[in-house]
Design a protein around this ligand. Structure first.
Ligand code: URA
Length: 209
């Protein structure tokens, strides 16, 4: 069974097409990345357990369901991952947020950690890693390994676009996680960008190009 779920909801597909379009400017890109983060959370949390409670409506007593105390942490990989955090918080306001900063060592090409700050009880939380572009998979493989080393057991990845080579690499090392995305592209170009992709997600979110 694949670790990938491509979310084909029409609203998500429509919004991703706007992000892919090079004419979309920074402000609109940021707003839509947040909206997609919110809508994807709806699907990603589909397996969260419920528990019954007794309440009273203005009319009568009833038994109804609430979330069974599932604790969530959102972990963006800096910097593009920040673009989806507020969307998740819109629907899970009680979530805590950890951050992972990685850079690539130009000699070894391995990701190197420069920032890692997690909530104290991260090992007891379901972690949603936000990483808009799963390209080679290098950063995500490292990020998942770091979280597992902290004792995290339940890890879900929220991506906008996943490329096949990165997914295969991630699946080979971490077959026990679940990746959610809106677009699935086959290839990377010679610079490691997803093709057709949407360009550099960090630059497009923060207007740095
Ligand atoms: N990072 C990006 O922002 N875009 C890509 O296509 C690949 C990695």
């Amino acid at each position: 069974m694949s670790i990938l779920t491509v979310l084909d909801h029409p609203l998500l597909q429509h919004k991703l097409s706007i992000l892919r379009d090079k004419r979309t400017g920074t402000r609109e890109f940021r707003d839509i990345a947040r909206e997609i983060g919110m809508l994807m959370t709806y699907e990603i949390t589909r397996d969260f357990p419920l528990m019954p409670i007794e309440i009273e409506t203005p009319i009568a007593k009833m038994t109804t369901n609430i979330l069974a105390g599932k604790k969530v942490a959102i972990v963006p990989i800096l910097r593009a991952g920040l673009g989806m955090v507020d969307g998740v918080l819109d629907v899970i306001p009680s979530a805590k947020v950890g951050h992972i900063g990685l850079y690539r060592n130009e000699e070894t090409l391995e990701p190197v950690k420069y920032y890692f700050k997690m909530p104290k009880d991260i090992d007891k939380r379901t972690v949603i890693i936000t990483e808009p572009m799963l390209a080679t998979g290098g950063s995500l493989i490292a990020a998942v390994s770091m979280l597992k080393a902290e004792g995290v057991k339940d890890i879900k990845i929220m991506s906008l676009v996943v490329a096949e080579p990165g997914l295969k690499a991630l699946e080979a090392v971490h077959p026990d996680i679940h990746v959610f995305c809106v677009g699935y592209d086959k290839e990377l170009n010679e610079n490691g960008y997803i093709t057709p992709g949407l360009g550099d997600a960090g630059d497009r979110l923060f207007g740095t190009k």
